[in-house]
Design a protein around this ligand. Sequence first.
Ligand code: MN
Length: 213
Amino acid sequence: MAVYTLPELPYDYSELEPVINPQIIELHHDKHHAAYVKGANDTLEQLAEARDNEQWGSINGLEKSLAFHLSGHILHSIYWHNMTGDGGGEPLAADGVGDLADAIAESFGSFAGFKAQLTKAAATTQGSGWGVLAFEPLSGRLIVEQVYDHQGNVGQGATPILVFDAWEHAFYLQYKNQKVDFIDAMWAVVNWQDVAKRYEAAKSRTNALLLAP
Ligand code: MN
C-alpha cells in the first residue's frame, strides 16, 4: 500500500489568478506533485526489495531518490496552502498573526529586509530550486534557505513555513523566462494565516526535537 498520497488542492485551479493561471496550477499539482508522490512510494518499495534481497548495489541512488521525491512531496504540500486568492500584504498583529510579524522583524531586522532576502534567494536559484522561510530550532529564529532541487543546500532540523517554488514548471507557461517577475508577483498570494499556523506549530515542537532537556 502506498505510504504517501497526493493531497487535494485546497482551492480551484483558478483561485490564484492572475498571479498564477489555472493551467499551471493543474499541471503543477496533478502531474508534477503527483510524480513526486509516486517517486517517494516507488523508492520505498525498491528499498524494501533491496533489504529483502540484501542487494545494496543501488543504495546510493535510492537514498538520493528518496530525498528528492519525498522533499518534493513535502514542499509542494506546504506550497499549495501557503497561497490564497485572498492573500498578500504583510503579516500584521491586527490580523492575529503578530507573533509571526515579530519573529520576522527580530530575525531579519524588518519585513522589507526579509522580503528582499527571500525574493533574491528564490529568484537567483540556478537550475531548479526553491526560496524557503524556515524556523530554525537551535536559535529559535527564522532563516531563509535557497534550496537546490528540493533537498540540497539546507541545514538539518529547520522546518519550512513559507516556500516559493522557483522551478521553471511553476511559472514558465505564463511568465516565460521572467522568473524575477513571477517571484515578485507571488507575494500577492501569500496566505499569512497559514504561514503563522506553521510558525506556531514548528515553535511548539522545538524543545522535544533538538534543545537540551
Ligand atoms: Mn514544483
